[in-house]
Write a protein that binds this ligand. Structure first.
Ligand code: CS2
Length: 491
């Protein structure tokens, strides 16, 4: 568009020309040092952790970020002409804009491997954080998937890694060799016990290449758990245009999120850490419980809305919440099935938490696409829904309603595959085959899906789970909007 070519771009030079209402870095960009390497500088990181650190840099210049993309050069290239600056739009009743400056360097690992490894070895890097999504951990069942192609590659060539696990171990190995104190490794992804699982994966990898290194990591490196929360819809052209017209300069990759944000971090660091508590982060000795509550009561319902809502032909979370039948279904699911089986932190009020989440889902200022949340279902179902189903069974509760979103995912996969639509999922190829072969008959289709061990292995042997998912799949009929509407009405 012609406006894009003629308009000035957001950068250090244009910062002072922005309207007064736009918040901007409260520190001199040149005076800060890089103290953190972050893997996965996508929208969520830039809307969440980078914003906390942007606030922190005003009082402590040691903690700016080097973002490392493991695959694409998109973020690096978009922000290169902008001095790493980008705009955050906070979508509330009164939307506001803020320019974030905490990403002082962005590297694309496949093209700048040596620079990434150099950064990881520097003593000034005291913290490595990650938002690489569930699939980035290369897990299978409880541990590292040794057969994952990236892990096979990295074990064979540990000096030239591809995976996040390979990079972490390469960085720690160099520090061990040089006698440099290790960095803390902080996972910020939606996985239960994210720190524990990452630690297990790193140790398993290190053990394969150097057992003395594995012992050092086991002894010296901390992998705190964390819980992160803020709804962050993907950037679209409408946002780009709105930001551009309000700023008066162009921003190639602004991001948006709701005003609500939460970050709870286990206070277990092996090297210096930023004073995160000074910028609103909760540091706690025990965060197990917070992560489970959020995964089960926010992400579980989100995935439910994604699959059930998509079958019903609904486009966004807020639209889904305006559909009385679907909103009623998801609220029953949360209040009657998910909240009662949650082992919550002491003093945690699951019903109040549920009410707050439902209000966030209803936020009319946010167009959060169900198709975005539907991505990577094979990675999300186990952590978001299957644990609740297992706990409900243990408590002797009915699981019919809880199994419906799982069956809806199967119908969703079938519908997408048969319509020739792409499925964004690490199991895309396998799911495509399953979806194309599915007949719509529950007795044939459900066992084929349940045979996906990486998704269902711990649960697929349970006859009650098999039966409930089969019944739910049958209740969804042909997966059409009408049949789905009928199914959620009666369960
Ligand atoms: C969503 C999450 O896309 C998804 O799967 O459930 O990204 C969700 O918006 C965040 O976890 C909220 O903190």
């Amino acid at each position: 568009m012609s406006t894009k070519t003629t308009r000035a771009v957001l950068s250090r030079a244009t910062l002072s020309s922005l309207p007064d209402a736009v918040e901007r870095p409260n520190y001199a960009l040149d005076d800060v040092d890089i103290g953190i390497v972050h893997f996965g500088p996508g929208a969520f990181h830039r809307a969440h952790q980078a914003v906390y650190l942007d606030a922190l840099l005003a009082t402590d210049p040691r903690w700016s970020i080097c973002g490392v993309s493991l695959h694409s050069a998109g973020v690096r290239d978009a922000l290169a002409t902008q001095d790493g600056l980008y705009t955050l739009a906070l979508l509330d009743e009164q939307p506001s804009l803020r320019v974030i400056g905490s990403l002082r360097e962005i590297l694309c690992a496949p093209q700048q491997q040596a620079q990434v490894l150099t950064r990881l070895a520097q003593p000034q890097i005291k913290l490595v954080t990650l938002t690489i999504t569930e699939k980035g951990y290369c897990l299978a069942g409880d541990g590292l998937d040794m057969a994952h192609p990236d892990i096979v590659h990295d074990v064979a060539s540990p000096q030239t890694p591809r995976s996040a696990i390979g990079y972490l171990v390469a960085g720690l190995r160099e520090r061990h060799r040089q006698g440099t104190a290790p960095f803390t490794v902080l996972s910020c992804d939606n996985l239960a016990d994210n720190g524990g699982r990452l630690r297990g994966a790193v140790l398993a990898f290190a053990e394969r290449i150097d057992s003395a290194l594995a012992q050092w990591i086991e002894r010296e490196v901390a992998f705190p758990r964390s819980m992160v929360d803020s709804i962050t819809p993907a950037t679209d052209d409408a946002l780009r245009e709105r930001v551009c017209s309000q700023l008066g300069v162009a921003d190639a990759w602004p991001i948006q999120r709701e005003a609500y944000t939460q970050w709870v971090v286990e206070d277990r660091f092996c090297n210096a850490r930023p004073a995160l508590e000074s910028v609103g982060v909760t540091l706690s000795d025990d965060i197990a419980g917070y992560d489970r509550a959020k995964l089960r009561l926010l992400n579980g319902p989100h995935s439910t809305l994604a699959y059930v809502g998509s079958l019903m032909g609904i486009g966004t979370v807020a639209e889904a919440m305006r559909d009385e039948a679907l909103a009623g279904f998801v609220e029953r699911l949360m209040r009657q099935d998910m909240a009662p089986t949650l082992k919550a932190p002491q003093g945690f009020d699951a019903q109040a938490y549920t009410s707050a989440i439902l209000a966030r889902f209803r936020n009319p200022a946010i167009a959060h696409k169900l198709s975005q949340i539907a991505w990577d279902g094979s990675q999300k179902l186990p952590v978001r829904l299957m644990g609740t189903i297992a706990d409900a069974l243990d408590a002797g509760a009915d699981i019919a309603r809880l199994c419906l979103p799982v069956a809806a995912w199967m119908h969703f996969v079938r519908r997408q595959a048969q319509a020739g639509e792409r499925l964004v999922d690490p199991l895309e190829a396998r799911l495509g085959e399953l979806g194309r072969a599915a007949s719509g008959q529950a007795e044939a289709d459900v066992p084929a899906f349940l045979a996906l061990d990486s998704v269902f292995a711990p649960w697929s042997g349970d006859a009650r789970i098999r039966q409930s998912i089969t019944e739910a799949y049958a209740a969804l009929g042909d997966g059409s909007p009408q049949a789905t509407r009928e199914a959620i009405r009666i369960v």
